[in-house]
Design a protein around this ligand. Structure first.
Ligand code: 5AD
Ligand code: SF4
Length: 462
């Protein structure tokens, strides 16, 4: 074992990849590998990839060009560098990656991360390995737990995977193919992990899953527990003051989960709830299994349960068959929901998905034009939401030093970054802040009297 070895992991894509990257680093720590932020220093370079859209997948190959040069330079100095491709591109492309990028040593999909130490041993012997099986064993059981100093060094907000994979098969989406069938982790495993985070000083937990609100993991009573029940249990853990969960499907927003937004003060009043389109015709073609009316109904019930809740969403423009009239429905939906922000994407046909085979594909130029219009509408919504925060006071969880000396940056309940002049000693604390200035992507504020509690912020999108 050589304690001076360095591991560099670069995450692309979603929060689950960020979580997985940390678990990979944790898995290698007992084998003498320390994580480095400097790729040039690394003995192992892992690219944890995303396959959700074509652009995301292409980024991997351009990044591989860069790391290949690093590997060659290191070899010239007599140092061996291992290059590994993990994540959803690895799962989808497998051997093809070794053909397109021969400098790569290891290719392994999201269900093989617990095998990383073995794979590395093989690569150190000069072997190449591809591992894209969906093994029956539970990788979470086999992954090493992080040590407390590593947890704290990563900050006061942590992600915990509670559910992985998806059985919904939206016709645009590769997730059911790359992450596999839906599975939920048992409640007790999740609780142990959250308790470990809490003991190390984490204050905010985000439960993550591709379809997190379909959670149905086994509870300590041997029965399946819903996400609502899991949230309630996690909220009981001392030291954890804020809870979030992402990403949800509108169909799985059941009554109990909506009630949790009313009953659990620790559950933050912010929810990411992708709708994808405002047109019933397109929603049907996407196999979303909900209508715009169903979505609006969920939104209304959420607002009734928690009046200060703010919603964000995802939209796809240019799905096959989308007409101007369908797109107009999407724009109209944005006004009806009152979003505080959203992501919008041009439809990207993914190999192996039904959408890629549909004949009425939309022209790239139309996709681009629609994306601009939609993004502008979303930006206006987000700015209005942020402007409405000026003068309000709410709780901010301080995370790290800010851009300028004496400043800290924290997050509002709505996930907005908030810059505040405050002593570094309150990093990791929650304090009431009055918002004084609003910029496009962040807020500026001043500490309010410590005893002051945050009043509810009403109306998403103002
Ligand atoms: N093309 C464009 N956007 C996509 N998304 C998922 N698949 C595709 C695709 N093929 C978007 C959806 C999803 C988000 C994570 O990525 O909006 O909610
Ligand atoms: Fe993909 Fe989400 Fe649809 Fe599952 S529910 S197929 S992850 S878009």
């Amino acid at each position: 074992m050589n304690a001076s070895r360095k591991l560099f992991v670069k995450s692309f894509g979603c929060q689950m990849n960020v979580y997985d990257s940390r678990r990979m680093a944790d898995a290698m720590a007992p084998h003498g590998y320390a994580e480095t932020a400097d790729v040039e220093d690394a003995d192992i370079i892992i690219l944890n990839t995303c396959h959700i859209r074509e652009k995301a997948a292409e980024k991997v190959y351009s990044e591989l060009g860069r790391v290949r040069r690093l590997k060659e330079e290191a070899a010239a100095e007599g140092r061996r560098v291992i290059i590994a491709v993990a994540g959803c591109v690895a799962q989808a492309e497998g051997e093809e990656i070794l053909r397109r990028a021969p400098a790569v040593d290891l290719v392994f999909g999201p269900q093989s991360y617990h095998r990383l130490p073995d794979l590395v041993t093989r690569a150190e012997r000069g072997e190449k390995a591809v591992n894209t099986e969906f093994p029956v064993e539970d990788k979470f059981d086999r992954l090493a737990a992080p040590d407390p100093s590593a947890i704290r060094a990563r900050g006061v907000c942590a992600f915990v995977t509670v559910q992985e994979g998806c059985d919904k098969f939206c016709t645009f989406c590769v997730v059911p193919y790359t992450r596999g069938a839906e599975m939920s982790r048992p409640v007790e495993k999740i609780i142990t992990e959250v308790e470990r985070f809490a003991a190390a000083g984490v204050r905010e937990i985000t439960l993550i899953g591709q379809n997190v609100n379909a959670y149905h993991g086994e509870g300590p009573d041997g029965r399946p527990w819903s996400l609502a029940r899991l949230l309630e249990r996690v909220a009981d853990i001392g030291g954890i003051d804020r809870l979030r969960y992402t990403t949800s499907h509108p169909r799985d927003m059941d009554d109990d989960l909506i009630a949790a937004h009313r009953d659990l003060p620790k559950l933050m009043p912010q929810l990411h709830l992708p709708v994808q389109s405002g047109s019933d015709r397109i929603l049907a073609a996407m196999n979303r299994r909900h209508t715009r009316g169903d979505y609006l109904d969920v939104v209304a019930r959420l607002h009734a349960a928690r009046p200060d809740i703010a919603l964000t969403s995802d939209f796809i423009v240019g799905f096959p068959g989308e007409s101007d009239a369908d797109f107009a429905e999407t724009l109209r939906l944005i006004d009806e929901i009152g979003l505080s922000g959203a992501f919008s994407f041009k439809y990207s046909p993914r190999p192996g998905t039904p959408g890629a085979e549909m004949d009425d594909q939309v022209d790239e130029s139309i996709k681009t034009a629609r994306l601009h219009v939609l993004q502008a509408a979303i930006d206006r919504r987000q700015e209005a939401f942020n402007r409405a925060c000026r003068g309000r006071t709410f709780d901010v969880l301080f995370e790290k030093p800010g851009r300028y000396g004496g400043q800290l940056v924290g997050r509002s309940p709505y996930l907005q970054p908030v810059q505040v002049t405050a002593p570094a000693s309150i990093i990791g604390e929650i304090a009431a802040v009055t918002i004084t200035e609003v910029a496009s992507n962040s807020l500026f504020g001043a500490l309010a009297r410590p005893s002051m509690r945050a009043p509810a912020l009403l109306g998403a999108g103002a």
